[in-house]
Ligand binder design. Structure first.
Ligand SMILES: CC(=O)N[C@H]1[C@@H](OP(=O)(O)OP(=O)(O)OC[C@H]2O[C@@H](n3ccc(=O)[nH]c3=O)[C@H](O)[C@@H]2O)O[C@H](CO)[C@@H](O)[C@@H]1O[C@H](C)C(=O)N[C@@H](C)C(=O)N[C@@H](CCC(=O)O)C(=O)O
Ligand SMILES: Nc1ncnc2c1ncn2[C@@H]1O[C@H](COP(=O)(O)OP(=O)(O)OP(=O)(O)O)[C@@H](O)[C@H]1O
Length: 447
């Protein structure tokens, strides 16, 4: 495929159309009057949609079109956005303005762009009457990401006998293996980005991080209506709401669409515009990363299958030879966050090496501790919880002689306030969440 435009010079980003037939959603975009960029999402063995669900489905599909556009919009960030079908109501435009601004904040920061005042979805349509309940079956889609968080969510729901399906987007064999290990029924949805995007990348498009959890969330909202589920339970922890850094008055959070603000925006929007009985929530929202790793440390059957290392999940290019590359911030953080809760030999057998005894990794761990650096642009816990984990290790004989723990004790610890280093406060739940009453007993897994 060839394309006839220079993405950075474009004036308009157009949401051209979206459609659904025979299990395939087509999401179509274009810059100016350039070639169409068509993303396809394939829902396997999708049953026929009951007529009573059609309006809800159309609303969810349109939202998926609008949200998934973020991958393409970022290639050019032109000054104008046009939406087929006319302007949006305020709630829809508010959600999208927020998602594109905050979900692309890391992209903007790293490219030296300022998107404030640039992103404005067309608005002005009258608000719709509130959506009715569709009597959706009481069962839950549990998205699987291949890492520890979603597996904790799965086991939490299994522990109360909740009816659930392990669902994932894309074709990662690692995620498929984790989903299989859960023993739950499985659903694998395929997503094909428009090939024209990679061509635009080659032509010098802007590129960078996008809020992919929002895209997966919108795909799963469509899936919930197609297959009949009343709830979608993500595994986004409390720590995901904390910003990575602040820059010229703007908070930049790599994990913005995993955060609580986005969860509230999309959850409310789905209630209002799609179905009053469709719940979108995160089962892990009350908990920090450390509370989640403590719960995961008991789930031994997953130890030889899971990986949190995002290098496994690239669409293009080679994957790491090992499930844990050992070099990236996710590998470093998960090693550190599991260490207080697992016997040391067990942890080393998961990673195949001792990352805390490798002086070459000092800078990587310093960034996690927010020592002489900011938190990495990755899905890692807060600096303060990384410091609490490192402090706990520095008090344990089996860890304290390892190179980076020893360095922490001698060099970093004397500069810290000891009263802020306890592990226990990180293990407490907060009250901020949207988990429905039916699933609340599942949180006993954190006891
Ligand atoms: C796997 C990964 O981390 N990919 C990021 C990486 O992409 P890269 O160029 O190295 O390779 P590919 O993943 O093969 O992607 C090729 C290009 O495709 C475009 N693209 C891909 C997926 C997509 O949904 N939209 C896209 O536009 C893009 O142009 C790629 O270059 O670096 C990219 C640039 O910084 C990132 O955009 C890729 O991140 C993926 C979207 C991704 O799935 N990342 C997740 C592992 C991730 O970051 N999850 C976050 C969730 C945060 C949130 O708010 O949702 C997390 O775990 O914290
Ligand atoms: N390919 C995917 N399909 C569906 N959901 C996904 C996918 N990748 C990630 N998710 C979901 O997005 C949320 C955030 O992903 P995240 O990577 O933090 O979780 P994880 O892989 O379970 O754990 P870890 O933090 O150890 O990587 C989780 O609910 C996860 O299940």
């Amino acid at each position: 495929m060839t394309t006839n435009i220079q993405p950075r010079l474009t004036q308009v980003f157009r949401f051209v159309r979206c459609s659904y037939a025979d299990g395939v959603a087509e999401l179509v975009y274009a810059f100016d009057h350039g070639e169409e960029l068509i993303e396809r999402v394939r829902f396997p063995q999708a049953p026929a949609l009951p007529a009573s669900h059609q309006a809800a489905f159309d609303a969810a599909l349109r939202m998926l079109h609008l949200i998934a556009g973020v991958s393409y919009y970022k290639a050019g960030v032109p000054p104008r956005i046009e939406v087929a079908g006319g302007p949006l109501d305020d709630a829809t435009a508010d959600l999208l303005d927020a998602l594109y601004l905050h979900g692309l904040a890391e992209f903007a920061y790293r490219n030296g762009l300022d998107l404030r005042g640039r992103i404005a979805f067309p608005r002005g349509a009258a608000a719709q009457p509130a959506a009715k309940a569709l009597n959706l079956p009481q069962r839950t889609l549990v998205p699987i990401g291949g890492g520890k968080d979603s597996l904790v969510a799965v086991e939490a729901i299994k522990s109360i006998g909740g009816e659930a399906t392990a669902v994932w987007v894309g074709n990662s064999p690692l995620i498929a293996a984790c989903a299989e290990r859960t023993g739950l029924p499985m659903l694998n949805i395929q997503r094909e980005l428009a090939p024209g995007l990679f061509e635009l990348n080659r032509l010098g498009a802007w590129n960078g991080h996008i809020p992919v959890t929002a895209v997966n969330s919108a795909i799963l909202a469509v899936a919930a209506l197609l297959y009949g589920y009343d709830s979608i339970a993500f595994a986004n922890e409390r720590s995901a709401s904390a910003a990575t850094l602040e820059y010229e008055g703007q908070l930049v959070n790599h994990q913005w669409s995993k955060g609580y603000v986005f969860e509230q925006l999309l959850g409310d929007w789905l209630h209002q515009h799609v179905a009053a009985d469709l719940t979108y929530c995160s089962l892990l929202r009350p908990y920090s990363e450390l509370a989640v790793t403590r719960a995961f440390a008991k789930l031994t059957p997953y130890f030889d299958a899971f990986s949190s290392c995002n290098r496994n999940f690239k669409l293009l290019g080679p994957k790491p030879a090992d499930r844990w590359c050992g070099q990236c911030p996710k590998c470093h953080f998960v090693f550190l966050a599991l260490a207080p809760f697992l016997a040391k030999p067990r942890l080393l057998s998961i990673f195949g090496r001792n990352l805390l005894d490798d002086e070459n990794l000092a800078a990587g761990f310093d960034a996690l501790l927010e020592y002489q650096d900011h938190k990495p642009f990755e899905c890692v816990g807060e600096g303060a919880e990384a410091r609490a984990a490192m402090f706990a290790l520095s008090q344990r004989p089996e860890w304290q002689e390892d190179a980076l723990v020893n360095r922490f004790r001698n060099e970093i610890l004397p500069q810290l306030d000891a009263s802020e280093l306890a592990l226990e406060p990180w293990l407490q739940a907060s009250g901020e969440h949207r988990i429905p009453a039916r699933l609340l007993p599942a949180l006993a897994i954190f006891a």
